[in-house]
Design a protein around this ligand. Structure first.
Ligand code: MSP
Length: 641
């Protein structure tokens, strides 16, 4: 049995809403997890939120919220985003979880008892943004390199962790374990930092300054420094020290972070583990930064990319594919919607999508909709070596995926897809089909193509799970069995002749760049709020009779692709007919039983020959995107004000 695999993302600060950067890391973790699951390994995937510290308190104050309410709200935004991006985390940890707090206190106590934590007065330069002290030499022009603000000189008595004691051990560990921090450039960065003497780490904050944190178990006048608390989430989540999950998954742990938090993960965390007697992680995988138009994403620049908007606009799988394919893991990348559309059209719609629908349609046309017999000698394989090429692709892909080189893994798969497309053109099955004498050769070619698609489906599954499963089902296979058979995923000749195939479908629709540009001349990442209409007084508003209605029937309006005809119960003797322009956003069957808000005193109007006796209230962007409703069922006819 293959060894278990445990992947973590950073736990995200709840001082800001999720953006493209968070989505990237979490999707990468998901892809790594799915890849290892496909290889037959038991997997565990952890993400979550980092909820203590000054930053969070400040952010809550800015929004006039109680800290606890605020962290609950932002944490939920992260938690709820992941399923939308097809992220399949097993656990979502919050550093305010009681189990986590207990582990932090136990580890602190253990290290304190062993003598590696001491109390001392310290005067230094403190950056409130980073929540840490800086050395003069770390500053750039006297300013914090991250926040570009001058740190404040503060003098405080605090608790310190003897990090310096572990400096030589850490240097040796990094040198003796290639890949401990990868790609290598980041290991070099840490080693170069370690050339200077390592300072001890201040791990407490006096409660006079900050109370939103975990109490030190040995001094309740202090709370724990947020990094000492946060890093321990990786073990607390799996039940350190005795939990079954910790025993099973910790030996297979790999962390995933971006370069911004290399130091805490490459220095603080290994030395903390060493001091606490926790075996250190296997790999720290470090990726670069997504920039937008060559600059850092930031709220003040107004260029923060909302992952959900993109996933909704272009399809979540296309979005995942783009992120994985376009960033060279370890380096920075520049995000643009044009590049995203380019990738979707060329790689997904053209290369993969066309190949799939072409091959499946031909199999229906020429092979009676079934997997044909295999005739290895007749498949032009001495020229094309498609089967050999497929096996080489799997090998190259595996090496890349094991090392978190996702762009390389996908590039290898797309080379194979391109080879298959050329094979279709070269073998021209439609020509073979014209000649009865070529019947066996036609079968051989089609078998090879279908088999190639089967392999491709397995290889793309970690990134494009839904599309891959669709492919598998079209090949007449059971997707659950397919995903549980790691052997078959790296073998040629698995499809059984005679297996019925499903009819071809479009995997990825092409995106019409022109229509996108016409529709959206402005930057779509920063939607403009429409201008307010002229002010009205309450009496004017009160003239609108808004009522809650229950939809009892709904049907399409013939020849009108935007309209639905609704029968709405407004608590009156007779139900009303309301014609609504919502057909693009809702199917009739979705609406029956729903409560909607109706303008009940609107003058009736005829639409496509039907008299509409009211209007439903909808959320409209350029098109209808939602319907207004009440948050709890109420009797039909209830008025609104
Ligand atoms: N709370 C700490 C992490 C504690 S882990 C024990 C933290 N949180 S964070 O919200 O700032 O998240 C940082 C992480 O978000 C980065 O390491 C990266 O995973 C992701 N990204 C944030 N912005 C990013 C980009 N612009 N590009 C790519 N990923 C980035 O640090």
């Amino acid at each position: 049995m293959a060894s278990p695999f445990y992947i973590t993302t950073p736990i995200y600060y709840v001082n800001a809403r999720p953006h493209l950067g968070h989505a990237y890391t979490t999707i990468v973790a998901d892809v790594a997890r799915r890849y290892h699951a496909l290889k037959g390994q038991e997997t565990y995937f952890l993400t979550g939120t980092d909820e203590h510290g000054d930053k969070v308190v400040e952010a809550a104050q800015k929004e006039n919220k109680e800290t606890r309410d605020y962290v609950d709200m932002i944490s939920a935004l992260f938690r709820n985003l992941w399923p939308e991006l097809l992220v399949s985390n097993d656990q979502f940890i919050r550093t305010t979880d009681p189990e986590h707090i207990q582990v932090v206190q136990d580890v602190l106590q253990k290290i304190y008892d062993s003598g590696d934590i001491y109390f001392s007065e310290y005067e230094g330069l403190y950056c409130f943004g980073c929540e840490r002290f800086y050395l003069e030499r770390e500053l750039v022009d006297g300013k914090c390199p991250d926040h570009e603000t001058e740190p404040k000189r503060i003098k405080e008595s605090n608790y310190f962790f003897k990090m310096s004691k572990y400096q030589d051990w850490l240097i040796n560990h990094i040198k003796n374990n290639p890949g401990f921090i990868r790609p290598q450039r980041y290991a070099n960065e840490v080693l170069s930092f370690l050339k200077e003497p390592l300072e001890d780490l201040c791990i407490s904050r006096p409660k006079t300054r900050l109370t939103w944190g975990i109490d030190l178990p040995f001094d309740d006048k202090y709370v724990t420094y947020v990094w000492f608390d946060a890093l321990l989430n990786y073990v607390s989540a799996v039940g350190y020290p005795d939990g079954e999950k910790f025993q099973k998954f910790w030996p297979g742990v790999q962390h995933l972070v971006a370069k911004d938090i290399l130091k805490p993960h490459g220095i603080y965390w290994p030395t903390m583990m060493k001091a606490a007697g926790i075996p250190v992680y296997n790999h720290l995988n470090v990726h670069g930064y997504w920039n937008v138009a060559e600059s850092k994403m930031s709220k003040s620049l107004g260029n923060v990319v909302e992952p959900l908007d993109l996933a909704k606009k272009y399809g979540v799988e296309a979005f995942r594919y783009f992120l994985l394919r376009d960033m060279t893991f370890g380096l920075d990348s520049s995000f643009s919607e044009e590049a995203l559309v380019g990738r979707i059209n060329s790689d997904l719609a053209n290369d993969l999508g066309n190949l799939f629908s072409r091959v499946i349609s031909m199999a229906h046309k020429f092979c009676d909709g079934k997997v044909p017999s295999d005739h290895p000698d007749l498949a032009f394989d001495s020229d094309w070596k498609l089967s050999g090429n497929a096996m080489e692709t799997v090998e190259a892909y595996d090496v890349a995926m094991e090392e978190f080189q996702f762009h390389k893994g996908l590039a290898a798969v797309w080379e194979f897809i391109s080879r298959m497309n050329k094979y279709v053109d070269f073998t021209s099955p439609w020509v073979l089909a014209k000649d009865k004498a070529s019947a066996a050769q036609l079968e051989a070619v089609m078998y090879n193509l279908l088999e190639g698609l089967r392999l491709v489906a397995g290889l793309v599954w970690p990134v494009l799970p839904a599309a891959a499963e669709k492919m598998v089902e079209h090949l007449g296979l059971n997707k659950d069995e397919f995903l549980k058979d790691p052997e078959a995923l790296c073998q040629w000749g698995v499809l059984k002749p005679g297996t019925p195939l499903q009819k071809a479908v479009t995997l990825f629709p092409r995106i019409d760049v022109k229509s996108l540009q016409e529709k959206e001349p402005e930057n779509t990442m920063t939607p403009k709020v429409p201008e307010l209409k002229p002010e009205i007084d309450i009496e004017t508003f009160a003239k609108v009779d808004l009522r809650v209605g229950t939809v009892v029937e709904a049907q399409a309006v013939p020849k009108a692709n935007k309209l639905l005809q609704l029968t709405v119960d407004l608590g009156e003797e007779e139900h009303r007919t309301v014609v609504a322009g919502i057909a693009k956003a809702f199917k009739p069957e979705e609406l029956v039983g729903k409560q909607v808000l109706v303008v009940a005193n609107l003058k009736p109007a005829k639409l496509m020959g039907i008299v509409s006796q009211g209007m439903v209230v909808a959320a409209v962007d350029k098109e209808v995107i939602g319907l207004a409703t009440v948050n709890t069922p109420v009797p039909p006819g209830t008025t609104l004000r």
